[in-house]
Design a protein around this ligand. Structure first.
Ligand code: GLU
Length: 478
């Protein structure tokens, strides 16, 4: 059975790159009917950021990526937390010392963790001074209570591993340092705990960013030293920003929380993030999480970097609103509409339907509907429309007739109004636009409105409609 894990270090906000890793781990597990785990890699207390674990938790929950296993916390599965498993790692470090795969090191300065950031720096390699200590020297140092760490003994030779995306990679072992496995405070290093846990938790597929490609040989040497079977590795391509630089944590749109704050729906973000490095076999771009589970194929993950394109995400956002049916959209739109439409008697559900197909964000709604409460000051030139064949003159004629017709109408429904307006056009021997356009202009005061002339009349109601038509007539007469 396929088992994957998302193994974040709680060091900050949930970056989009992390979300993509979590999502792909989840998709692979679910696609093959497997298990998805959450493991917080918090052994490096110096890098621990207060609240980061909460961000991870909230993000996964909001994104719908629930894990399937973990310690029981009040009837729910908590995450595995490495800081709570430290006794396990020391046992395994001792085991390696016993079988010759590791040794004690008493060199204080060298007792350092090899964290992601450290890897950017170049250290002089550890000179194996303590490996050359005699058995007696080691025993007496330990008996004296000297602080020590455990280092892995990197064997001679070369290590090769296969990555599903990047193919076969070989590294000369001499390039690899005898890495610290267990620090002098008894805490495992990040690399060590990661491998021990992946083994103990039966992880079959490890997915992570391609910046880990260079660390993987070290991990594999550990698997070899223990005689364990390494997992399948899937390293994910870089994510770049629009200018071709690495999409950075400093970029405002780089975290899930920021994108939510900008007004994107969680499902839109998840859908978009899935496409950052993976593509389906057809050109489809809109997927629910369940559809992604069905479609996801790890062999279709790309090797080349993907670009985080906020315009594309914005476009996708609009597609999500459009695809919702009226009842689904209404609860989202209602609070916004209640805030910006105060005129009495307005059917907000109708307004919601009008704007649904015209927005990328809920914040796009207020300017689209502001004309309902306040008819904007408009220039009478707006009545002239070449394509509609309207002039100031024929607009005045139309509106004068429209006023009379509307005044006499009992059934003020959009359909009825529409029929009457078309009848008027035909009586006047004019194109429909010659009647509809002036009404639309008089009622909305803007060159575009979220619905047609008859819908505007019905929405605003008879009194307000008549008032605005009269104002239009006055404007045209002056
Ligand atoms: N803790 C590592 C990180 O946050 C995970 C590396 C891995 O998935 O193996 O990037």
């Amino acid at each position: 059975m396929i088992r994957t894990r998302f193994a974040p270090s709680p060091t900050g906000m949930m970056h989009i790159g992390n979300l993509r890793t979590a999502l792909y781990e989840y998709l692979i597990a679910k696609h093959y009917g497997g298990i998805f785990l959450l493991r917080i890699e918090d052994t490096d207390q110096n890098r621990y950021v207060q609240g980061a674990e909460d961000f991870i938790y909230q993000t996964l929950k909001t994104a719908g990526l629930t894990h399937d296993e973990g310690p029981d916390v009040g009837g729910n599965y908590g995450p595995y937390r490495q800081s709570e498993r430290r006794h396990i790692y020391s046992q395994y470090a001792e085991q390696l010392v016993k079988n010759g795969g590791a040794y004690y090191c008493f060199c204080k300065k060298e007792d350092r963790d090899s964290t992601e950031d450290d890897e950017q720096l170049t250290f002089a390699k550890y000179d194996r001074k303590c490996y050359r200590l005699t058995k007696g020297e080691i025993e007496s140092k330990i008996a004296n209570g000297e602080e020590h760490c455990v280092r892995q003994l990197i064997p001679a030779g070369a290590a090769t591993f296969d990555d599903v995306i990047y193919g076969s990679i070989t590294v000369q072992n001499e390039e690899i340092e005898d890495q610290v496995l267990l620090k002098s405070d008894g805490m495992p290093t990040y690399n060590f705990a990661n491998v021990v846990d992946d083994h103990l938790m039966g992880i079959t597929h490890v997915l992570r960013g391609c910046e880990y490609l260079t660390s993987t040989p070290k991990y594999n040497l550990l698997y070899e030293a223990f005689g364990w079977q390494p997992p399948v590795y899937i390293h994910l391509p870089l994510i770049l920003d629009a200018s071709g630089r690495k999409f950075s944590k400093r970029d405002g749109s780089a975290s899930f929380t920021n994108l939510l704050d900008m007004g994107f729906l969680p499902e839109t973000i998840v859908n978009y993030v899935a496409l950052l490095g993976w593509s389906p076999s057809d050109n489809r771009e809109k997927f629910t999480l369940a559809e992604l589970v069905g479609e996801f194929d790890e062999r279709r993950i790309s090797k080349s970097p993907s670009v985080f394109d906020i315009n594309k995400l914005t476009w996708l956002s609009g597609e999500y609103w459009k695809a919702m049916d009226a009842d689904e959209f209404y609860p989202y739109a209602l609070p916004v509409l209640q805030d910006c439409v105060k005129a009495p008697g307005i059917d907000l559900k109708t307004v919601a339907e009008m704007v649904k197909t015209r927005i990328s964000f809920l914040n796009d709604i207020p300017p689209l509907v502001s004309f309902i409460d306040n008819l904007p000051a408009y220039d009478k030139k707006m009545f002239e429309h070449k394509k509609m064949k309207t002039t100031l003159g024929n607009s005045l004629v139309s509106l004068t007739h429209v006023l009379e017709i509307l005044q006499g109408m009992q059934d003020f429904s959009a359909q009825n109004i529409y029929n009457e307006l078309l009848r008027l056009a035909s009586t006047l021997g004019a194109k429909n636009g010659v009647v509809l356009w002036p009404v639309r202009t008089a009622l909305s005061g803007q060159p575009t409105s979220p619905c047609g002339a008859a819908e505007l009349c019905a929405l605003l109601g008879k009194n307000e409609t008549l008032r605005r038509v009269k104002m239009g007539i006055n404007k045209l007469m002056n």
